[in-house]
Design a protein around this ligand. Structure first.
Ligand code: NCD
Length: 303
């Protein structure tokens, strides 16, 4: 996987399995009184976030600390980016402080890939525009495997604003490598037909009941208003056609897992009854974010 982690598309199934297994070995650490392992003592991780984040940024920081690395987090609004410094200059400045890894989130698709060509420091992509969010797909896969023996052959419905979702793209790449039957669903402008060509096993439906039928996993996505320039939907209408409600769950497998990367918008893409139901593993995803990011940091920093 090179020196950093830029996307799921570049990883083999075997590399993904190694990370997921490593993450599983880190899960119990979360429940111990002493949550610190000595594996990355003295290493420095810099978190550089040009976009809002609660889960991803915090869990990268916690993951680094759990492994005894030092962690520094910077947000664009409080940095010299707001004084007009270019992206390359900002990154070179940070690299001059000799971090061992830079974790970055940026609104431009491909930003970390571009910087990785110039910087000596390994970069972990924490979300680039509408392109990829690799650690999210890994923590989603970890969460599925905590509840099922295998991913292979499952039917997964991904519902919502697929066009603008890096979470969807990373998950499509990952699930496809495991032979999953993937159904993408949402309003036509948010689920363009070409997405079916992204990877083998992907189909499209514009009807939520059809998409959910016999699903093993339902992944809900937020409507990414910040990335939509032409399309916008009245919240009530979107919820009526594409919001996940209790009656939908009866169409899926009885033990269906309901997932959402967060932040959730209750009453917009998901009802509170479903988000808080027994079928929801949304908070398990959050918890797994730490073990998976520990596994990724360990891999990138000890390679
Ligand atoms: C997602 C993101 O930022 O891509 N959130 C996350 O990392 N858990 C999804 C979103 O913002 O809707």
């Amino acid at each position: 996987m090179g020196r950093g982690l830029l996307g799921i598309e570049d990883l083999t199934r075997a590399e993904i399995e190694v990370i997921l297994e490593k993450a599983r070995s880190f899960q119990p650490v979360q429940r111990q009184a002493n949550k610190r392992l000595d594996l990355l003592r003295g290493r420095l991780m810099v978190n550089l976030f040009f976009e809002a984040s609660t889960r991803t940024r915090t869990s990268f920081e916690i993951a680094a600390k759990r492994l005894s690395a030092d962690a520094v987090s910077i947000t664009a609004s409080g940095s010299s980016v707001s004084k007009g410094e270019s992206l390359v200059d900002t990154l070179n400045t940070l690299a001059a402080m000799q971090p061992d890894v830079i974790v970055m989130r940026h609104a431009a698709s491909g930003a970390p890939h571009f910087l990785a060509r110039f910087l000596p420091t390994p970069i972990i992509n924490a979300g680039d525009g509408t392109h990829e969010h690799p650690t999210q797909a890994l923590l989603d896969a970890r969460t599925i495997l905590d509840n099922r023996d295998r991913i292979d052959g499952m039917r997964v419905a991904i519902i919502g604003d697929i066009a603008h979702s890096r979470v969807a793209r990373s998950n499509i790449h990952l699930l496809s490598k495991f032979g999953v039957d993937i159904v993408l669903c949402g309003p036509a402008p948010l689920v363009p037909r070409e997405l079916a060509e992204l990877a083998p096993g992907v189909s499209i439906s514009y009807n939520i009941s059809e998409a959910i039928r016999e699903a093993d996993v339902i992944m809900m996505l937020r409507v990414q208003l910040e990335r939509q320039h032409e399309t916008s939907y009245p919240a009530g209408e979107y919820f009526r056609y594409y919001g996940l409600r209790p009656e939908h769950l009866r169409l899926a497998k009885p033990d269906v897992l309901v997932m959402h990367p967060g932040p959730i918008n209750r009453g917009r893409e998901i009802s509170s009854e479903v988000a808080d139901s027994q079928r929801s593993v949304i908070l398990n995803q959050v918890e797994n974010g730490i073990a998976v990011r520990m596994a990724v940091l360990e891999r990138v920093l000890t390679n």
